[in-house]
Design a protein around this ligand. Structure first.
Ligand code: GCU
Length: 404
């Protein structure tokens, strides 16, 4: 109501554990009066949970598939001949195009790959001049690299530390990325220039029936289609990752598209891996006011009545079962509610145990820089909201051990 919203403005985030509030989490194994107790039951009913997330939060995914044409634009050796860098153009019905960078180790074996979206253009992942500079709206705006939310030449390599390409290549993995803005530019009315509008007819969905998270998740699946069409890639070993807002999209994509072999959520926070019922850091009220295009308007109505949500984010994480999942937090990123991310991850065991798989077990939140778990992993590292080389060391180890 208006009074409630008025009282809450300006938003002050809670960082006091004693004020988080009481809650009971919905049981992933209970749907109405039905109790799920076997792997078969879960497989039969997981679509019901997926539909609840689609109806209340992230919006529908397109019921129809579309004609996708992948064209190789350029290819060259990089990193002193250790890797090949290809630029691909994906075209959808002649109306929407996305540029994808594919970097693969030179090897006679098919490569496992890490696949994820980037915030501010492919050129930010490395200094390489062969990568075209993204020309749509980006959320970065620090001159001289970005001016009026448009990437400048100076932005080449701006986010190289978040991609660690050479480390990834040396470990035997490839990297695939595209700018999220090729699917939907990240502002409230960005959908008007994006695929939700341009492909509405082809995909069989009106723009308001889905969200930016949906458009990004759809894009991730189309990048997976491309990956699976490239002979040098092991299409069964595509590890999906995402940071922050793009971590939310990665979780939604992983829940919908079971071809992703493993999923990594890096500081995805509210609307990602963090439990919404915990009032700590960002809340439903805050996120739906700042970023209305990320979720359906229905989701905003759960602000201040989080307990009435039919699900919480541990169930989104459980929809990734039985695949390997890594959830990571950073101590300097309390906004994302690290404890809420840890507790959500811990809850996954219920569903994973139906498959005879282990979760984190009955443990307390680990200390800084002490990864826990195996198939399901979690860490909280020191430092700020970011993806850094420490995170990548853990993700590479995880990929080697769990994606076989
Ligand atoms: C904001 C937003 C978060 C989001 C983050 C990011 O802080 O509130 O929900 O995860 O941006 O994408 O970096």
């Amino acid at each position: 109501t208006t009074t409630l919203m008025a009282q809450q403005k300006p938003f002050v985030a809670n960082y006091d554990e004693s004020k988080v509030g009481q809650f009971t989490l919905p049981d992933p194994l209970r749907l109405g009066s039905m109790k799920i107790s076997t792997e078969e039951d879960w497989e039969k009913n997981r679509a019901t949970w997926l539909t609840l997330f689609a109806d209340h939060m992230y919006g529908q995914m397109p019921p129809k598939s579309i004609k996708q044409t992948n064209t190789l634009v350029s290819q060259k050796d990089i990193l002193g001949g250790k890797a090949t860098q290809s630029i691909w153009k994906m075209d959808f019905a002649g109306k929407v195009q996305a540029t994808v960078v594919v970097i693969l180790p030179k090897s006679n074996k098919k490569a496992p790959v890490f696949l994820g979206l980037n915030f501010c253009g492919n050129q930010t992942i490395s200094q390489d001049e062969g990568i075209p500079i993204f020309d749509k709206y980006v959320v970065c705006n620090n001159a001289p690299d970005f001016i009026n939310n448009i990437s400048q030449a100076a932005s080449r390599g701006e986010w190289a530390s978040r991609w660690q390409i050479e480390k990834v290549i040396d470990a035997g993995f490839g990297t695939i990325t595209a700018a999220c803005g090729d699917f939907e530019e990240d502002f409230a009315t960005g959908f008007k220039n994006g695929l939700r509008t341009k492909l509405a007819g082809e995909l069989g969905l009106k723009p308001e029936e889905w969200t930016a998270n949906g458009a990004w998740a759809w894009g991730l699946s189309r990048m997976l289609d491309l990956a699976q069409s490239i002979a040098e890639i092991d299409g069964k070993k595509v590890i999906l990752h995402g940071h922050s807002r793009l971590g939310k999209a990665a979780l939604w994509a992983g829940a919908n598209d079971r071809r992703f072999a493993a999923i990594i959520s890096n500081e995805s926070g509210e609307g990602g891996a963090a439990l919404s019922r915990r009032i700590y850091g960002e809340t439903i009220w805050r996120i739906t006011n700042s970023f209305p295009h990320w979720f359906l308007p229905t989701y905003a109505t759960y602000a201040d009545r989080e307990n009435e949500l039919p699900f919480d984010q541990h169930i989104l994480l459980s929809l990734l079962a039985p695949r390997p999942v890594y959830v990571a937090s950073a101590f300097g990123d309390q906004w994302s509610d690290p404890k809420g991310e840890f507790l959500g991850t811990k809850e996954m065991e219920k569903v994973y145990s139906l498959y005879g798989k282990k979760g984190l077990g009955n443990i307390d939140m680990p200390g800084l820089n002490q990864p826990v778990g195996k198939l399901i992993r979690y860490h909280i590292r020191d430092g700020k909201h970011d993806i850094n080389d420490y995170d990548w060391d853990q993700y590479i180890k995880f990929g080697k051990e769990e994606v076989k």
